[in-house]
Design a protein around this ligand. Structure first.
Ligand code: BJW
Length: 243
């Protein structure tokens, strides 16, 4: 195999709810996680939104308000990934399943929100996406087409197509290192990225997570621990001596 120097070596990083846990945001599938309190079919499917849009708005309004809490700030894991993007000489693409904006606030800019963004809303009638930091309600009107009651959170629910998949698969196909951080690997297509990378590239694959997951054996390397410890340490290792 032709070895490429560091300036040509590409990194793709996938993050999930675990990286934001120590910033005060809940994960989904931990014992005290979001799905232990609400029924995902009610709040995270298009059918749930059609049945009861007020309930879905309440759910996302509460999470948007929590994200706006001054105590919720990026942690050492987010900052380490921003450092990786700044200091690694090759391409670094950060793909997050999270709808929070903690990666941006830490300074990451080459970033794809594959499950959408909490601080945006979308008109279901005309598909216009707008910045939205207040509560959303069924009486809000679209500023572009004027439809009332069609504004929804700009998030990807079960049965909907995740965003930017062409850009993401293109990066996965060309990467030399794939890192998966703070995700249980329960939700596809993100859960399938590691097997895709192993099938189509010779990239090194590493999982950084609090605990083993059902997909841990798919990774060449697993590092267990809280994101605020293991992510800065791993980034330091990559920047000082590669993988
Ligand atoms: C720490 C830590 C610390 C804790 N430090 N770590 C079979 C094959 C392929 C697809 C499917 C299939 N069967 C069904 C599907 C489709 C479905 C799916 O995957 N279902 C599964 C339940 C099986 N997928 C979809 O529908 C997706 N779309 C799709 O496939 O499109 C193609 C298509 C469309 C239509 C027809 C046919 C094909 C869309 C998925 C949308 C997911 N949406 C959600 C909610 C919206 C956003 C929001 O409200 O926030 O996204 S669900 C929820 O799960 C959220 C998350 O982004 C996502 C992933 O969760 P994540 O991040 O992994 O969190 P957790 O809680 O699960 O894990 C946290 C981890 O962190 C744990 O492991 C902890 O240990 C760890 N941790 N503290 C480090 N301090």
């Amino acid at each position: 195999m032709v070895q490429r120097d560091a300036g040509e070596r590409r990194i793709v990083i996938l993050t999930g709810a675990g990286i934001s846990k120590e910033s005060g945001l809940d994960t989904f599938r931990c014992a005290d996680g979001i799905w232990s309190r609400v029924n995902l079919e009610d709040v995270a499917t298009p059918e749930g939104f059609s049945r009861n849009p007020e309930l879905v708005h309440d759910f996302y309004n509460a999470r948007r308000a929590k994200l706006g809490d001054p105590a919720v700030v990026p942690n050492a894991g987010h900052h380490a990934l921003a450092r990786m993007e700044r200091e690694w000489p090759g391409d670094v693409l950060l793909v997050t399943q999270n709808i929070d904006d903690l990666h941006e606030r830490a300074g990451s800019s080459n970033l794809m929100h594959m499950h959408g963004e909490l601080n945006k809303a979308r008109c279901a009638a005309c598909e216009q996406v707008v910045s939205w930091t207040m509560d959303l309600s069924v009486s809000d009107a679209c500023e572009r087409c004027g439809s009332v009651g069609r504004m929804r959170p700009h998030v990807v629910w079960f049965g909907e197509m995740p965003l930017a998949m062409d850009v993401i698969y293109d990066a996965l196909n060309r990467c030399d290192l794939f890192m998966s951080i703070g995700t249980s690997g329960n939700v596809y297509p993100a859960a399938g990225f590691v097997s895709h990378v192993r099938m189509y590239t010779r990239a090194h694959t590493v999982q950084l997570n609090l605990e083993p997951t059902s997909g841990s054996t798919m990774f060449a390397e697993t590092v267990l621990g809280p994101a605020t410890d293991v992510v800065p340490a791993y980034v330091e290792r990559i920047l000082s001596r590669g993988w």
